[in-house]
Design a protein around this ligand. Structure first.
Ligand code: G6P
Length: 371
């Protein structure tokens, strides 16, 4: 009913709108007044966390994209090696695991069969397994050694939105907590990041307040056959997530690419008026930022219609953007929290303009509990 959807036409719209609160709830009680994190509820002791020498993340779908972003944060803040793998691949491999390996399983539902099987596969080899889940008491957290719950609230729409943002918050919390417990060469930065995490609900809110032009853009592209997404660093998984949303909801051909790979193939796809969404890294990392500005110029010279997501104040992109979507400036590693939101809105509106029910996309299920 309309009441269940909080006055929105679809659960997905309601869930997109709930993201600032979902992020806030997932942070709640986890940042102490002294500015340090406390995640005792995780059930893994600090001694156990100090013994870890490798992290492997397993997940499916959108949760896998949260895992890809986690790798950048974990390796930077903790200097622990981190691999990310699709649960459906991991479970049939012979991964090299020891008692010092921490496997992190990310799953909104806590019931995805492939992720559950990956958890069992890891535990059989004596690795510790930490779940990041949204549904209390679901199967995956019950089978894990530890769990950090996201507090997104119930997610009804098949395509994940608010759960994804809270999964990002959870992986940032875990990465920063590991750094806090184990020590890191980035001590000051870790402390500053914990503070900044607390401001992310407002940043996400800010994106939602300025997202109307994205809706207009989406409607104008409803007749397109294909959209490409480009990103670098954490913007690469954001590009993958933007493309996945468009496939799931609008049934369009959509691909995400690492911008550095353009010249190794994807650039051959560029033709007149092809819409290409580019996620521009923060200017705080000039090396990443300037490279992507060149990439935008390259694709535009070949006729692409450029849709550029860039932080407030980034003027370098203005001459090359056919459409410019602004997001608040935040540190590079946290940018997925703001950059993903316009892509969710884009896919949702484009699908609606094409006449599709965004809550119940064809052929998809909210949680895939079968082989
Ligand atoms: C299904 C859903 C996706 C979700 C994936 C993993 O494919 O349609 O939105 O990302 O499962 O689900 P999980 O519950 O494990 O996060």
């Amino acid at each position: 009913s309309a009441a269940e959807k909080g006055g929105h036409d679809y659960f997905m719209l309601k869930e997109i709108a709930e993201q600032p609160r979902a992020v806030a709830e997932t942070l709640l009680g986890r940042i102490g007044t002294d500015g340090r994190l406390s995640l005792d509820e995780m059930r893994l002791t600090d001694d156990e966390l100090r013994d870890i020498d490798k992290i492997i993340i397993v997940a499916c779908g959108t949760a896998y994209h949260a895992g890809l972003i986690a790798k950048y944060a974990i390796e930077h803040w903790t200097q622990l090696p981190c691999e990310v793998e699709l649960a459906s691949e991991f479970r049939y491999r012979d991964p090299i695991l020891t008692r010092s390996t921490l496997v992190i399983a990310i799953s909104q539902s806590g019931e995805t069969m492939d992720t559950l099987m990956a958890v069992r596969h890891a535990r059989e080899q004596r690795a510790s397994v930490l779940g990041i889940c949204n549904v209390n008491g679901s199967t995956i957290p019950r089978e894990c050694d530890g769990v950090l719950y996201t507090h997104a609230g119930p997610e009804i729409a098949v395509a994940s939105t608010k759960a994804f943002l809270t999964q990002l918050v959870a992986v940032y919390l875990i990465a920063l907590y590991l750094a806090q417990v184990r020590g890191t060469k980035w001590g000051d930065e870790v402390f500053a990041m914990i503070q900044l995490l607390g401001t992310m609900p407002q940043k996400v809110e800010q994106v939602l307040e300025t997202v109307e032009p994205v809706r207009e853009l989406a409607r104008s592209l409803a007749g397109e056959r294909c959209v490409l997404f480009l990103g670098r660093h954490v913007g690469f998984p954001v590009a993958l997530e933007g493309a996945l949303k468009l496939k799931e909801l609008a049934y369009m051909h959509a691909e995400g690419f690492a911008a550095g790979e353009l010249k190794h193939g994807p650039i051959a796809l560029i033709e007149q008026n092809l819409p290409v969404v580019v996620i521009v890294p923060s200017r705080a990392r000039p090396i990443l930022h300037d490279k992507i500005v060149s990439n935008i110029q390259e694709i535009r010279a070949r006729g692409a219609r450029t849709i550029v997501i860039a932080e407030d104040g980034d003027d370098a992109v203005v001459p090359y953007a056919d459409t410019l979507i602004r997001v608040p400036a935040v540190p590079t590693l946290l940018q997925p929290l703001v950059a993903t939101v316009p892509l969710q809105v884009f896919a949702c509106e484009l699908a609606t303009a094409r006449g599709h029910d965004v809550d119940q996309p064809r052929n998809l299920a909210k949680s895939v509990t079968v082989e």
